[in-house]
Design a protein around this ligand. Structure first.
Ligand code: ADP
Ligand code: MG
Ligand code: MG
Length: 248
């Protein structure tokens, strides 16, 4: 069973310390929600684990099944089974969804799938998500609605079958359609037992649809409280105020 382990992770951006000792363990088959106020460092954690060059690891470790993730290139992280969906996907004119997905699958598997095999896989994945077949020929992220962005994100999960998926969601841009797509995708992946999901979110709204096994409250660049789904209900009722006071 796959395990992502983050131990006492400290991360700086432009010499400013943002993450101040993050500890978090995500196992395949578990769904974790990481919740916290704006500016608490949630996206910084996602970028740092993904290997974004702007984020400097000053100390601590990140391992996937005991392998040192921090010494891997971005591609190696993907091949090792880490998947990261960012808040703001980039538009790539001239690259179709289908081409993009085939490249991603090739990068992760280490060899290009036969076109016929890939086409079938893609069709099955799209059918499962009720995606219009024409979507595969659209330019990547160009003019995507919130719901389409999210369908594309979950379609990547279907095809790449990562060991650990980190989904950084602002929720703010999520309409009800997008919310439903993400929730169904996350619930299905959680239930498959093969993928561990870390769902990063500011608003508690999404947790009406997704039932996480674990909830972590993030404030001031570290995890300040942990619990089960009941913690999400408490946050929805009370907000983050008592955590932001404590770390100010
Ligand atoms: P969250 O996702 O919880 O809202 P972020 O990780 O985006 O928080 O930001 C945490 C802090 O780090 C903020 O003070 C933000 O200004 C700073 N920060 C994050 N990324 C960058 C960056 N690329 N350049 C400069 N500052 C950054
Ligand atoms: Mg420390
Ligand atoms: Mg963020």
């Amino acid at each position: 069973m796959s395990t992502l382990e983050i131990r006492d992770l400290h991360v700086a951006v432009e010499d400013k310390e943002i993450l101040r000792g993050v500890n978090l363990t995500v196992r395949a088959g578990e769904t974790h929600a990481l919740m916290g106020p704006n500016g608490s460092g949630k996206s910084t954690l996602a970028y740092a684990v993904a290997g974004h060059p702007k984020y400097t690891i000053t100390s601590g470790t990140v391992t996937l099944d005991g392998e040192d993730v921090l010494s891997m290139s971005v591609d190696e992280r993907a091949r090792a089974g880490l998947f990261l969906a960012m808040q703001y996907p980039v538009e790539v004119p001239g690259v179709s969804v289908s081409n993009f997905l085939r490249s991603a699958v090739t990068a992760v598997r280490g060899e290009a799938p036969k076109l016929r095999v890939f086409t079938k896989e893609l069709k099955e994945g799209m059918d499962a998500l009720s995606i219009d077949p024409a979507f595969a020929q659209r330019n990547l992220n160009e003019g995507f609605s919130g719901g389409e962005k999210k369908r594309h994100e979950i379609l990547q999960l279907e095809l790449l079958k990562p060991k650990i998926a980190i989904l950084d969601e602002t929720d703010s841009g999520l309409d009800v359609d997008a919310l439903r797509v993400v929730s169904e995708g996350v619930n299905r992946f959680g239930a498959s037992g093969e993928t561990g999901v870390l769902l990063i979110t500011h608003y508690t709204r999404i947790l009406r649809y997704v039932k996480p096994d674990f909830v972590h409250v993030f404030a001031g660049g570290r995890v300040v409280e942990e619990g089960g789904p009941e913690l999400a209900d408490q946050l929805e009722a009370e907000g983050y105020e008592r955590y932001t006071k404590a770390t100010a």
